[in-house]
Design a protein around this ligand. Structure first.
Ligand SMILES: Cc1ncc(COP(=O)(O)O)c(C=O)c1O
Length: 285
């Protein structure tokens, strides 16, 4: 069997007609197939290769790390310098309220984590998202993406999710003191690059502040200079409560993150106490 046949046989497929481009090498903005033919890559791994494929500095960092250690412990227990230094670099380039980074393996996982954070911080359950949005394919992320076509086959999904019209002032009236968080792409990417008005995002920010709702901005596509500024939200003169990053964050490595104020992020450190409390209550019944 040739590689194409093996690919179709052994790699789980997500579409009936995959591109099946047989890649040999990627360098800068170029891709090469197994016949040595050169292609200009206008996709960039869908917002991943913002600084090109195999950037020398990324390669150097990965090689250096391979010679030191790879996985050594579960998340958050050991002090691993590259992780600490990356969190510092990110937060040094963000507003002071975005000072604590939770790294994940993917964008969708960062979305999941941010929803859990909002529930813990607010003690509310309602999640507001927007029509035509895309936030990933895990069950939580799937629950909030804005297209029933993708959600339908996987119901039941997360309850208490409200899908509002993006960039509509009227829809914002639905945000209330029941809402744990509003999750929005700063610029809707998969919907066809839908740029909301500055006023709308500013009113959304105000509504969230007034109702004690966390504003979560998904910049998995809009971040890392893709709008001409380092962060997409800078174009709209607002600051989210939680910022979600992915794709270009890892420069080709699988990496996501959600970033919030440490006072809020500390809600995760108390999980054990809550579990013990719940278990105790159940025993007593
Ligand atoms: C805006 C946005 N959010 C979330 C995701 C999910 O990220 P991942 O594929 O790393 O899980 C994507 C991926 O395309 C995305 O474009």
């Amino acid at each position: 069997m040739n590689e194409r046949e093996l690919f179709l046989k052994h790699i789980a497929q997500t579409s009936p007609s995959p591109l099946a481009f047989e890649i040999k090498k990627a360098e800068g903005c170029l891709l090469y197939d197994t016949n040595g033919k050169e292609y200009i890559d206008l996709i960039g791994g869908i917002s991943v290769a913002n600084i090109g494929h195999r950037h020398p500095k990324v390669i150097e960092a990965i090689k250096k790390q391979l010679d030191a250690y790879m996985h050594v412990m579960v998340y958050g227990e050991f002090i691993e310098s590259p992780q600490v230094q990356y969190a510092k670099l990110l937060t040094d380039n963000l507003p002071p309220s975005l000072n604590s980074v939770y790294f994940t393996n993917s964008g969708a996982e960062a979305i999941e984590g941010s929803m859990k954070l909002a529930k813990r911080v607010t003690n509310r359950t309602q999640i507001v998202a927007f029509k035509n949005s895309y936030h990933g394919s895990t069950q939580g992320a799937l629950s909030i993406i804005g297209d029933e076509h993708w959600r339908n086959a996987f119901r039941p999904l997360l309850p208490d999710v409200l899908h509002l019209e993006y960039n509509s002032f009227k829809s914002l009236d639905e945000i209330s003191e029941k809402t744990a968080c509003v999750i929005a792409e700063t610029i809707q990417a998969e919907a066809g690059i839908m740029v909301p008005s500055k006023e709308w995002l500013q009113v959304l920010r105000k509504k969230c502040t007034e109702s004690g709702t966390l504003l979560i901005l998904d910049e998995i596509q809009a971040g890392f200079e893709r709008t001409g500024k380092l962060w997409g939200f800078e174009n709209f003169e607002i600051i989210p409560d939680v910022l979600i990053l992915g794709k270009a964050l890892g420069g080709g490595m699988p990496l996501g993150a959600f970033i919030a104020d440490k006072k809020r992020m500390d809600a995760f450190t108390e999980n054990l106490v809550v579990i013990l409390f719940v278990v105790q209550q159940e025993w007593l019944q």
